[in-house]
Design a protein around this ligand. Structure first.
Ligand SMILES: [Zn+2]
Length: 330
């Protein structure tokens, strides 16, 4: 079988496919970055155009690392949206406008047969934190990122747990108010409609439209952002403070439910709205400690992520090794 011409395929490529940018990084076998590339996604060009741009981004990162495609074990992709890791199909990605796009198969064609593995972006982020970041010391944790939306990934017993079709860890759609506002998923009162950046803006607009008086002149229906809300809340604006408090409470409630179901050691909680400050985190912590069963809640550590902007490419780069550990995937 071995003709003596085997080249050690020790490098890997990780791709972070977002609605705005495609980022690729080439890693050596110690997960050190050898080279990288970043280009705009241009989602309006359609799936085929985006997939060609991913391939171009991968080639550019390889060029910059002076690594040949033959030296690469494969390409891992973390895609923003619901992704079936077994088939490599992106089932639904609203920020890309994709529905049932066979990303793995199409990218493999574009890259002349190079191995490709695909997973949900929050799953690869959880994996990266587990192997190289804040999750290294934990065998059981939930990774949550709260930014424009809310997503998550589960590490159970040291392994990335994806569920039956890849959707495990989507904590953003845990319902915290059955009669609450309509969510993009079609349901009502999901944690995302209260606790995400986009949700907070919507809730604030709703309160203002109903005639709630905001003290801050920046709190207007038009042009409202999460930054405005956090700033106004800090200055004592009652509407803004209410929105931030509700956001933190809703997320804390969902996290407490998760703790009661899965008894994790830690929750790694990051993302733009979490970084915005204590006003958001205080109600999260309060609700978590009040609602989780004491014996389970007391041991949970709430910690920030460690990997920063490279979390996506790093987790994607780790995907290849991970699927080998699974003994080859379905
Ligand atoms: Zn929802």
């Amino acid at each position: 079988m071995n003709d003596g011409r085997d080249i050690a395929r020790t490098a890997s490529v990780g791709v972070d496919l977002g609605g705005t940018n495609i980022r690729a990084a080439v890693f050596d076998d110690g997960m050190k970055i050898l080279g990288r590339s970043e280009i705009p996604t241009e989602a309006q060009e359609g799936a085929d155009g985006v997939i060609r741009r991913i391939a171009a981004c991968v080639r550019e990162a390889l060029d910059r690392s002076s690594i040949a495609a033959e030296e690469v074990a494969g390409v891992g992709v973390g895609a923003a949206g619901l992704t079936d890791w077994r088939t490599g199909v992106v089932v639904l990605a609203s920020n890309l406008g994709w529905r049932n796009v066979p990303l793995k198969e199409r990218l493999q064609q574009e890259l002349d047969g190079l191995r490709v593995e695909v997973d949900k972006d929050t799953n690869v982020a959880a994996l990266a934190e587990a192997r190289l970041g804040a999750g290294r010391e934990f065998r059981h944790f939930l990774y949550v990122t709260a930014g424009t939306g809310i997503g998550g990934g589960l590490i159970l017993d040291g392994t990335l747990y994806r569920g039956a079709t890849g959707g495990a860890g989507d904590i953003g759609h845990v319902v915290v108010d059955p009669d609450g506002p309509r969510c993009g998923c079609g349901d009502q009162g999901c944690v995302e409609v209260f606790s995400s950046g986009a949700g907070m803006v919507d809730r604030a607009r709703e309160m203002l439209a109903r005639g709630k008086e905001a003290a801050s002149s920046a709190m207007k229906v038009e042009g409202l952002t999460t930054e405005t809300i956090f700033k106004a809340a800090g200055e004592g604006d009652a509407v803004a403070a209410r929105v931030v408090e509700t956001a933190g409470r809703a997320l804390g409630l969902a996290l407490a439910d998760y703790v009661n179901i899965n008894n994790p050691e830690a929750i790694i909680l990051g993302g733009g709205v979490v970084r915005a400050g204590r006003a958001y985190m205080e109600p999260v912590e309060r609700e978590l400690s009040q609602r989780a069963l004491p014996a389970l809640g007391e041991i949970v550590k709430l910690v920030p992520p460690e990997l920063g902007d490279d979390v996506g490419v790093t987790g994607a780069g780790l995907l290849l090794g991970e699927s080998e550990k699974d003994g080859g995937r379905a």
